[in-house]
Design a protein around this ligand. Structure first.
Ligand SMILES: *Cc1c(COP(=O)(O)O)cnc(C)c1O
Length: 403
């Protein structure tokens, strides 16, 4: 079967909104992936920060098989056991008291923004609809979420956009303060910007955003689709910041590769999604929730979360050592297993070249914009795979810089 599937077939039958790499991976185990030809790759990408426990983790495979032989689907006319078990565990592990399930990060954010609008309109009146978000932010590809996202190139060209959305620069509290008002219903932020270039908030900024929201009765929405589920070494990044949002969205590593999204909030806010106000056919799907429960059980342990901090250190040391030889990065930034190697002046705009060279050396990596190479390995990647991946990345770097 796989002999007949070629990269050319993609161009023949797929909508051309992606430009996938030449290699066609067919199998994965842990932090290694193999392509059609049996070529092996070290995985520093995890999809795009999705495979938090690597590929085919035994606990997730077991959960999928067990649930797969029991019950795949129920409509939301019924409750189902896996969804309620997962919701209970998310509530117990976080600030949240209520959970809404969906199938992706974009859908979780769509729910969050609709809820924030509904809450503000119900509680304070029809004027309170402004959503403030940050430039370079990414929140998904539905029309509402892509409009709240801070990259006009993703949202332009589709006709009239959802209105009353304002963008200010990240880490610029004065800019937020200048624009926030009693008309603001929500401030939306990633507590570690992913797609925008792996940018951490300063602690003062995070605290300041919370204070401004409180002052103006605006909800603070944390998009933890990428930063959540252990990625930063905390179950959710807000825990490390010491700033608690009103609504939190989770997806990507939540299902470890099985599609699921979740919106978490308080009882008071959740009450505004009354029966019939929002929904999703597949939201709370038993297969997805069973896998996510296994992922949460596995990740939310001191061993895994502390292991992320250790792995961050190995990654940083390795990347700094490469940079000491080849002088191509201005900074290694990020947190936990979400790390950005920022290209310096000389290599601006060339992150794709580093990516392509990495694939040639047997390493899967990512970019975050044109000038940041992004790494999002499994939270439990073995030390030897980190060392091997870094060795391959060094060869890729040598190739790009022409050494
Ligand atoms: C990936 C991502 C999304 C979108 O998630 P999808 O599952 O692709 O809809 C939203 N927000 C952030 C921060 C992301 O990284």
């Amino acid at each position: 079967m796989s002999e007949q599937v070629t990269r050319e077939l993609f161009d023949e039958v797929m909508v051309p909104n992606y430009a996938p790499a030449k290699v066609i991976p067919v199998r994965g185990q842990g932090s290694r992936v193999w392509d059609q030809e049996g070529r092996e790759f070290v995985d520093f990408a995890g999809g795009i920060a999705v495979s938090g426990l690597g590929h085919c983790h035994p606990a997730l495979v077991e959960a999928l098989k067990t649930q797969g032989e029991k019950l795949w689907h129920l409509s939301n006319v019924m409750t189902n056991e896996p969804a309620l078990r997962l919701a209970k565990k998310l509530v117990d592990a976080t600030f949240a008291e209520k959970v809404f399930f969906c199938n992706s990060g974009g859908e979780a954010n769509e729910a969050a923004f609709k809820l924030a609008r509904r809450y503000a309109i119900d509680e304070f009146g029809a004027h309170k609809t402004q959503i403030i978000a940050f430039t370079q932010a990414f929140h998904g590809r539905t029309f509402f979420t892509v409009s709240v996202g801070g990259q006009a190139s993703y949202s332009d060209g589709f006709g009239p956009k959802p209105g009353d959305i304002t963008h200010v620069p990240y880490n610029d509290l004065a800019a937020l303060e200048a624009i926030i008002s009693d008309n603001t219903c929500a401030v939306v932020m990633e507590p570690l910007q992913g797609e925008g270039g792996i940018i951490s908030p300063t602690p003062e900024f995070a605290r300041g955003v919370r204070e401004l929201c409180d002052k103006h009765n605006a909800l603070l929405v944390f998009d933890e689709v990428q930063s959540g589920m252990g990625r930063t070494g905390e179950l959710y990044a807000y825990m490390g910041l010491g700033v608690t949002p009103d609504i939190l969205t989770s997806a990507k590593a939540l299902g470890g590769g099985f599609p699921i999204g979740a919106m978490l909030t308080t009882t008071k806010i959740a009450a505004h999604f009354k029966v019939g106000t929002h929904g999703s056919t597949y939201g709370g799907n038993p297969l997805a929730c069973a896998v996510a429960e296994a992922a949460l059980d596995t990740i939310n342990t001191p061993a895994v979360l502390n292991g992320v901090k250790q792995r961050e250190q190995w990654m940083r040391e390795g990347l700094e050592a490469i940079n000491a030889k080849y002088h191509c990065f201005s900074e290694i930034r990020g947190k936990g297993m979400l790390i950005g190697a920022v290209l310096n002046e000389q290599y601006q705009g060339r992150s794709r070249d580093f990516l392509t060279a990495s694939v040639d050396q047997g390493l899967l990596a990512l970019v975050a914009g044109a000038s940041v190479v992004r790494f999002a390995p499994s939270l439990i990647i073995p030390e030897q795979d980190i060392r091997e991946g870094l060795a391959r990345f060094e060869k890729a770097v040598a190739h790009v810089v022409g050494a």
